[in-house]
Design a binder for this molecule. Sequence first.
Ligand code: TMP
Ligand code: ASP
Length: 253
Amino acid sequence: MARRKKIYEGKAKVLYEGLEPGTLVQYFKDDATAFNAEKKAVIDGKGVLNNRLSEFFMTGLANIGIPTHFIKRLNMREQLIRQVEIIPLEVIVRNVAAGSMAKRLGLEEGAPLPRPIVEFSYKDDSLGDPLVPEEYIIAFGWASQQDLDDIISLALRVNDWMSGVMFGVGIKLVDFKIEIGRVWDNEFPRLLLADEISPDSCRLWDIETGQKLDKDVFRQDLGDLADAYTEVAKRLGVMPSNVTHATKPTLIN
Ligand code: TMP
Ligand code: ASP
């Protein structure tokens, strides 16, 4: 089969032209990066796990009425999505202090926050995705005040659903990042949840042990990243049957 036209290649995914106009194929790579790609590795099976997990989250969110770009999973590593104009923001929701917030404010990692907090970073790797106030977003025309109000309410709904689902399998949703896309239905702009939701873009802690089950395992060298993602997939019942993650040798008597 002739290879489809590549539209964009990011750090963890590749986008190809879809068969139908207005669609794309999103391919999940095994590449992991951290600290603005200063640290890199290939993690066997990560792409397969994230494809499944993102399908699971996007489908569940669509079921509670959140509009998303997800159409269907095509195979182990690819999903069909709607083509959107990505708003150049990382929308971050935090329930517990961790990561850059803990560092910036001198908070202890794990300190509870008074309420979920939504913040925005400007998506630009060369600048290190700097945190930006709403005033910048509106003044530079990245999104309108109405868009921001809609994005905050969407992000909080995603947080409520995701927190509940993860709590149900013994995992605390500490924080996560989403991206929002715009589509035009006739002349009317609509916002959709885009990109991916996976342990690459969330912080997930085991409620009983505090064990990290997200990309911090890679950022902080805490163990095998694919094992952590496999644990999340298993608990959610979305473990793909033949992930290419190397199996450990077993002794045969
Ligand atoms: P932070 O604490 O490093 O700002 O990260 C907040 C959340 O956003 C965390 O769940 C990890 C996620 N995230 C991404 O998805 N991509 C990124 O490039 C960064 C820095 C964080
Ligand atoms: N995604 C970013 C990078 O690849 C940062 C991170 O997730 O820590 O460098």
